[in-house]
Design a protein around this ligand. Structure first.
Ligand code: G6P
Length: 608
């Protein structure tokens, strides 16, 4: 949420900053700005709207002088998206410039105190308070000033700070929100996320909480909050720039949909050895697994939907109760969990504030937390008791696809692995599950090969105003994701309903031409679902079915059907989600929507 970039070196800073921001626009895109120091003063340029507006206005940054600067792309929290509220923010007499990710929770209080001292604010943001605090406490020693204001601010922050008197340095500091420092040759960088600087350097330092980096052209020194120097390990980013580029696709989302066979393959390949699932990256012992009497899953958005699928799978295979919570609700309902509860936390970014807080709450209550995370070294990965990484590669499109699929793959592996330890899975079933798991990438590819047909279906449906996704059991869990995918990128109103529940109220919304997408992959409840299809059809609904090859009866009660290959029950979501992603993508595209950066959304949501 919000993107930060910084540069100090011999080159003109602004073009580098703006290029970096372009790579980060998935983190927020309602306004963007840069601030450079030309040796005498700050030059600030910011614009409301996407980065393209700033690019045009500044000729890609070429008309902004200075060899050091900071930039920001914003996802508004405090104050509407506007030029005034865009970052960077300056202090009253323009001695400090600040870019910020996160939220200063006590900013009203701080603003009040500073206003009483005569300081005049010009924006509605919490960030401006930071710039004003720096100026108020300024004693000429930048590092010292920063450490003085840190304890005054409650909440989370990743900051890029410039001080007019010291044009040769940038300060980076974080608490909660992520921040990395890129190491170059006679030039150094600052960024909230790797893609911003990946075409410049692969060597980075990851700042830990409450660490402060003083970044100069030829040196980087990291301090803790007590101003002690901290030795940081240099991390080398292994993935290439191509992984963060569109690679000929019109959108990242389509590229990432197409990458799913690889994402799933990479996630499972190393973990299946000689026909056995090996999760040797976790410290959780078989004894601990046997002792858990409950599983608790917390996540947000699509990751939460993976959790709902997981509930069906774990309960079926392990016969242990599973609770799934939206992370933002979990913490505040005083959940009944203890050391006999296993908590599973799911997050692509590993930085989602709600999920992180929920995990900490569970750990506080004595629960052991295993995190399923895509971004290596992220806060959730570091804070969990164990982490299982999805190896989906960097995901850029705001609407997740390949990370969702990779998370499902980890859930299957955990379920089979735990089921085996608990003695709930026969040797034959174990073998079948493993062979189906290994076949998933190929079966996903078979669906991707039908993209043109699904696109054709989308061309007939994209003008619908309301869509209902229905399913039973694991199909219901999956319908949640199908519906979210469609609404988040196409802005078409859609809802997911347990098919049997529709008749208890919502069926009143079905009228002539309402699109109903009926998921009927789960064979055991196929007949029952067909009855629900008939109920909506007789009220005028246009029904599109998604079912496994061989379920010919589905053709009789729907307008059209997308068939997917067969697999074992628990792995059906991995296949059925793919046509829904493609459908959502093309419906949005036919409507002329933005797709990779849908309105009001951000990929990594680091505020509560
Ligand atoms: C945001 C994104 C969603 C994502 C959710 C959880 O809301 O827009 O696509 O599912 O955060 O993100 P995480 O990184 O924790 O999986």
């Amino acid at each position: 949420m919000c993107g930060i970039v910084g540069y100090i070196g011999d080159e003109q800073a602004a073009p580098i900053l703006i290029k970096g921001l372009e790579k980060l626009k998935y983190r927020g895109y309602d306004s963007a700005g840069v601030c450079t120091n030309d040796g005498e003063k700050f030059i600030v340029e910011k614009e409301k709207g996407k980065i393209e507006v700033l690019q045009k206005y500044t000729d890609d940054g070429k008309n902004i002088a200075g060899n050091a600067g900071i930039g920001h792309t914003r996802w508004a929290t405090h104050g509407e998206p506007s030029k005034i509220n865009a970052h960077p923010h300056l202090s009253q007499s323009e001695s400090f410039a600040v870019v910020h990710n996160g939220i200063i929770e006590n900013y009203m209080e701080l603003k009040q105190e500073l206003s009483e001292k005569g300081i005049v604010f010009c924006s509605s943001t919490d960030t401006e308070v930071i710039a004003q605090l720096l100026e108020y406490y300024d004693n000429g020693d930048l590092l010292d000033t920063v450490t003085k204001i840190m304890p005054l601010m409650k909440g989370s922050y990743a900051l890029g700070i410039m001080y007019k008197e010291k044009p040769d340095e940038i300060i980076a500091v974080r608490k909660g929100s992520p921040l990395i420092i890129g190491i170059g040759e006679n030039e150094n960088y600052l960024a909230s996320d790797v893609p911003a600087i990946l075409d410049k350097t692969r060597k980075i330092y990851r700042l830990d909480n409450e660490e402060i980096a003083v970044i100069k052209r030829d040196s980087i020194t990291v301090y803790d909050a007590e101003k002690n120097v901290v030795e940081k390990p240099v991390e080398t980013i292994e993935w290439s720039m191509d992984a963060a580029e569109k690679d000929g696709y019109e959108h990242f989302m389509l590229k990432e949909i197409m990458e799913q066979p690889k994402a799933v393959h990479n996630t499972i390949a190393e973990r299946i050895r000689d026909g056995r699932i090996v999760l040797d990256e976790i410290k959780l012992t078989p004894e601990q697994i046997r002792n858990f009497d409950k599983i608790n899953i917390v996540a947000c958005g699509s990751a939460y939907h993976v959790g709902v699928v997981a509930k069906y799978i774990f309960e079926k295979l392990l016969r242990k109760p599973v609770e799934v919570d939206v992370a933002s609700e979990f913490k505040y309902r005083d959940p009944i969990i203890n050391e006999k509860t296993l908590t599973i936390v799911i997050s692509q970014s590993g930085e989602t504030a709600d999920t992180k807080e929920a995990m900490q709450e569970a750990q506080k209550k004595g629960s052991y937390a295993v995190a399923i995370v895509n971004v290596v070294g992220s806060a959730i990965a570091v804070g969990a008791d164990d982490v299982i990484y999805t190896l989906a590669g960097p995901e850029i499109a705001v609407a997740t696809t390949k990370a969702y699929s990779a998370q499902l793959a980890v859930i299957y592996m955990m379920a089979i692995y735990f089921g085996d330890i608990l003695g709930k899975i026969s040797e034959q079933d174990y073998k079948n599950y493993v062979s189906e798991l290994l076949a998933l990438p190929e079966k996903i590819q078979l669906i991707l090969d039908k993209t043109e047909d699904i696109k054709n279906t989308a061309s007939k449906l994209f003008a619908r105003k309301d869509v209902f996704f229905i399913g039973r059991n694991i199909d219901y869990a999956l319908s949640l994701e199908g519906s979210l995918k469609l609404k988040e990128i196409s802005y078409i109103h859609s809802e997911a309903y347990a098919a049997g529940e529709l008749k208890h109220g919502t069926i009143s919304l079905i009228e002539d031409g309402t699109l109903v997408i009926a998921l009927s992959t789960y064979d055991d409840l196929g007949e029952k679902l067909q009855s629900n299809i008939k109920e909506v059809q007789s009220r005028g609904a246009y029904v599109l079915g998604i079912g496994c090859e061989g379920r010919e009866s589905l053709k009789k009660c729907t307008k059209s059907v997308i068939f997917i290959p067969k697999t074992c029950d628990i792995m059906l979501p991995s296949l059925a989600v793919v046509p829904m992603q493609i459908l959502a993508y093309y419906m949005a595209r036919f409507k002329g929507c933005e797709i990779d950066t849908p309105r009001n959304l951000a990929k990594s949501v680091t505020v509560e």
